[in-house]
Design a protein around this ligand. Structure first.
Ligand SMILES: Nc1ncnc2c1ncn2[C@@H]1O[C@H](COP(=O)(O)OP(=O)(O)OP(=O)(O)O)[C@@H](O)[C@H]1O
Ligand SMILES: [Mg+2]
Length: 377
């Protein structure tokens, strides 16, 4: 049989690893965001510095030009200037040239850095967007796993339970047939054998001792009568025909009277509401449930009385069967280890008619069986 538990485990583990993956993606997105913030700040700094450097380069270019002109001027008219002047002009021009070179270099570095940072920022934004999409996708997968697939394991479990129930129903039918066969074998079949024996005795007595024949015939008649009763009981148990003719409550009354006489267990019947006919399927189901319940009280409860309460409402039939006997552990007797078919059969009959069925019992506290079946026109 398919192992639902292993499917459940696989799904749970998959969910766990997908959840872990989601967390990791969150981490990636978060790191990208932090790095992007930092780079954004750096970009601002680089932009400011670049602007400042460009401005400085501008200024330096002007100053360098002036210095260059000055040098040209003093070099051309060196007779008018002292050696000192020339040297100063030369040094000055040289210094500006060096400075300008330095600042241009810095400007180009800053521009390069700006391009790099901008590129990196674009990549990070891309990563963040991808991570977000992934999170959405993973979220969808998770919903699928936790929602739909969990539904599937429930469905499978339901199917398996139904299959088990089907098997139990078949077993219950077999058990019922076995019981009927045993009833016929122990009762009518044996009585018939003794009827034949008695008839043969009568035959012989007719020749040897005719005076004894009436007595023997009387005994034979009694035997046939009791066999007929047995047969009637078996037929009644198989299918109470009065149920179709008279309806539920009269059949129950008749059955309880016979039951009480046979077993000594007192059945107290209380009916409420208008006695009306409901569907035959429903009447049989209620009759069977009550029959099994009082049989159980007789067989297992060790009590003197069982109470049956039947209420006919316009929309549904309520029924409660209680005894104050020894009680039992319901989970144990209704579980997969259950040996009897009575309780399972009761529940199955009621549920087939879309009714509700509840057994409450505790060891030492008695038993209560409650059912409600909706009336469908
Ligand atoms: N009214 C009750 N009082 C005490 N124990 C009960 C009562 N009804 C049921 N049980 C316990 O629950 C068990 C299961 O009942 P169930 O009717 O399913 O099987 P069963 O009566 O043993 O056999 P079957 O009905 O198939 O002939 C019984 O064997 C008994 O131990
Ligand atoms: Mg039983």
């Amino acid at each position: 049989m398919f192992d639902i538990n292993s499917l459940d485990r696989i799904i749970k583990e998959t969910v766990k690893s997908v959840e872990k993956g989601k967390e990791q993606i969150y981490d990636i997105a978060e790191n990208a965001r932090v790095e992007r913030d930092n780079l954004q700040k750096e970009l601002e700094r680089v932009q400011i510095n670049t602007a400042k450097t460009i401005h400085e380069v501008d200024q330096l270019e002007k100053a360098e030009k002036t210095a260059r002109y000055r040098l040209m001027e003093v070099s051309r008219n060196f007779s008018r200037y002292t050696e000192q002047d020339i040297k100063e002009a030369y040094d000055n021009a040289r210094e500006y040239q060096v400075k300008l070179g330095l600042f241009r270099e810095r400007e180009s570095q800053l521009r390069q850095r700006r391009t790099e940072v901008e590129l990196r920022l674009r990549k990070l934004l891309d990563t963040e967007n991808k991570a977000e999409k992934l999170i959405t996708n993973v979220g969808g997968a998770l919903r699928l796993l936790t929602g739909n697939l969990q539904g599937i394991t429930e469905k499978l479990e339901e199917l398996q339970q139904r299959q088990n129930l089907g098997l139990q129903v078949i077993k219950a039918q077999e058990e019922e047939r076995r019981r009927v066969a045993r009833d016929i074998h122990d009762g009518p079949a044996q009585s018939m054998a003794s009827v034949i024996l008695r008839a043969e005795i009568c035959e012989r007595l007719l020749e040897k001792n005719p005076a004894q024949v009436p007595g023997e015939l009387q005994a034979l008649k009694e035997g046939v009568k009791s066999t007929l009763q047995d047969v009637r009981k078996i037929i009644f148990d198989l299918r109470p025909m009065v149920l179709d003719d008279l309806g539920l409550i009269p059949t129950l009354k008749r059955y309880f009277a016979e039951f009480q006489e046979r077993t000594g267990l007192l059945v107290d019947l209380v009916t409420m509401g208008k006695d009306k006919r409901v569907s035959s399927a429903m009447e049989v189901a209620i009759f069977r449930v009550i029959q099994e319940a009082i049989n159980n009280s007789y067989k297992h409860a060790q009590t003197e009385t069982v109470n049956v309460r039947l209420e006919m409402k316009p929309e549904f039939v309520n029924c409660k069967i209680t005894d104050e006997g020894v009680g039992f552990n319901v989970e144990e007797k209704l579980g997969p280890e259950a040996k009897g078919y009575g309780l399972i059969g009761m529940r199955e009959r009621v549920e087939l008619l879309e009714g509700t069925f509840k057994i409450s019992s505790l060891p030492g506290k008695g038993t209560e069986i409650k059912l409600q079946i909706p009336i469908k026109e």
